[in-house]
Design a binder for this molecule. Structure first.
Ligand code: PA5
Length: 466
């Protein structure tokens, strides 16, 4: 572990001594729950790599595939002007999060010579206007499309593939297949069948790696490598975080402690988890976290108890001016997690001026770096003063190594918390239900019963539509 670049979990403001006895945890109370945390720890570690926890081994077992990806990425960078991911949910949020975190914030607007790779788009919606807009700005003849779907069946992604492949064939004939890379299951689903039949290059999502846990396999590694991101460093960061998350002492294991605190918060009715990075580069990390936390933990247990915490994304400082009022004075139902950056990749001085107006001129001579840090500390103080639970993840800087650590930390926190809640963190019956209903509505074979079920739903009454 590079200690200078080690990310840290600071939970001072979850404790009574910082935010008061009413809301904060006392040491004794926390320590009395360590056995529960250790039970979850044992369960997760005993099963590591098995079933749907194969993602835990991703930092270690991809040597060959990483070399292959690096080579492919180099070829894509040399040949294509656009790299477009077609995917949704776990097949899109990771590539978006890593891309935003680890490239220039105006990446697509930079001249080619200033960019490490082609322009980058992640198409995670099927809004027809968005598809049209994409086709207005790219030239498919110069684009590589990475179709990502674990199930190989998701309607949104398959519809996008149908549209794009048709266009490519019209423009390029037989060469169309050279513009598509499929990332999917090795055997299951339709995409692999299509890929084999049409001759698309394919990368595989290993068994036991579900959508939202897939950023560190080819789902995330290929797009990241195309953007020139150091994927070996990302994996190294994940491996080093794994080492910390394997520690058997609760107060030395960041993900286990974070999971325990989340679990205890849920028990106390803190049903909302706000993720608030103070960096534009980490904006989509918050989106990625929201899916991971929401889809993994939002479950019904034996159809009796419903658990989970609603994740909310916020951006510091922007959302200080929209949401913080609610967090400071609204219901006591939230926990705020700040993500802070020690050293930003830019330093911007604030010019001196308007010396005759002291309320403005006091800012001159500082840097935006100092201002954003002061605002974060001030917000943390205001929340704590109001007795609001909050914690902070500190990133010394944003780079491939710290992002690998951060993503693996959240995955482990989710796994541990799932074990404490006694739920399956790896399924998504609620999502599947919507997928099946879509198939039924569009007349897919095999979904006739579902169609009948849908047709029998209560019809909408005009009187309730104004
Ligand atoms: O986390 C998950 O499993 C889901 O969000 C999926 O990623 C999402 O539904 C897309 O599924 P697929 O990758 O099979 O197209």
């Amino acid at each position: 572990m590079d200690t200078k670049l080690k990310i840290r979990f600071d939970y001072n403001n979850m404790m009574a001594r910082s935010i008061g006895k009413e809301e904060g945890f006392k040491d004794k109370e926390l320590i009395s729950c360590y056995p529960l945390a250790l039970k979850a720890f044992e369960e997760v570690q005993k099963n590591r790599g098995k079933g749907m926890t194969a993602w835990m081994e991703l930092p270690y077992n991809q040597g060959e595939i990483v070399e292959d990806i690096l080579l492919t990425a180099q070829q894509i960078r040399a040949k294509f002007n656009y790299f477009v991911v077609l995917g949704i949910g776990g097949s899109a949020l990771g590539p978006m999060a890593a891309g935003q975190a680890l490239t220039h914030l105006r990446y697509n607007e930079l001249r080619r010579s200033k960019r490490k790779g082609p322009k980058f788009y992640v198409e995670d919606n099927i809004d027809p206007e968005r598809m049209k807009a994409l086709l207005d700005v790219i030239d498919v003849k110069k684009a590589m499309f990475n179709v990502i779907t674990k199930s190989g069946a998701t309607s949104e992604t398959m519809a996008q593939l149908l549209i794009i492949y048709d266009l490519l064939k019209k423009e390029l004939g037989d060469e169309a297949k050279e513009h598509i890379i499929a990332t999917t299951d090795r055997e299951k689903g339709n995409l692999i069948k299509i890929a084999k039949r049409e001759g698309f290059k394919a990368y595989y999502i290993p068994d036991g790696v579900g959508g939202r846990f897939s950023e560190l396999c080819p789902v995330g590694l290929l797009p990241a490598a195309v953007l020139g991101i150091d994927i070996k460093q990302m994996l190294q960061g994940a491996a080093d975080m794994d080492e910390l998350c394997r520690r058997q002492e609760v107060d030395k294991n960041p993900a286990l402690m974070a999971a325990l605190l989340s679990y205890l918060c849920m028990k106390k009715g803190k049903n909302i988890s706000v993720m608030m990075p103070y960096a534009d580069s980490l904006k989509y990390i918050a989106d990625w976290y929201c899916q991971l936390w929401g889809e993994s933990l939002g479950k019904s247990v034996d159809n009796e108890v419903n658990v989970g915490q609603t994740p909310v994304k916020a951006l510091g400082v922007t959302d200080q001016h929209s949401q913080i009022q609610l967090y400071t004075e609204g219901p006591y139902d939230k926990v705020v997690t700040f993500i802070t950056v020690g050293k930003y990749r830019a330093r911007v001085p604030i010019a001196r001026g308007f010396e005759d107006i002291p309320d403005v001129s006091f800012l001159g001579g500082y840097t935006l770096n100092e201002l954003i840090q002061a605002e974060r500390v001030a917000t943390e103080y205001a929340l704590s003063k109001a007795g609001r639970l909050n914690n902070t993840i500190l990133l010394p800087k944003v780079n491939a190594y710290t992002i690998g650590q951060l993503m693996y930390f959240f995955e482990m926190q989710t796994a541990y918390c799932g074990a404490m809640l006694n739920i399956n963190a790896y399924n998504q019956p609620g999502v599947e239900e919507g997928k099946k209903a879509t198939y039924a509505l569009l007349g897919r074979k095999g979904y006739e019963d579902k169609k009948r079920e849908l047709d029998a739903r209560p019809s909408k009454k005009r009187k309730y539509i104004i």
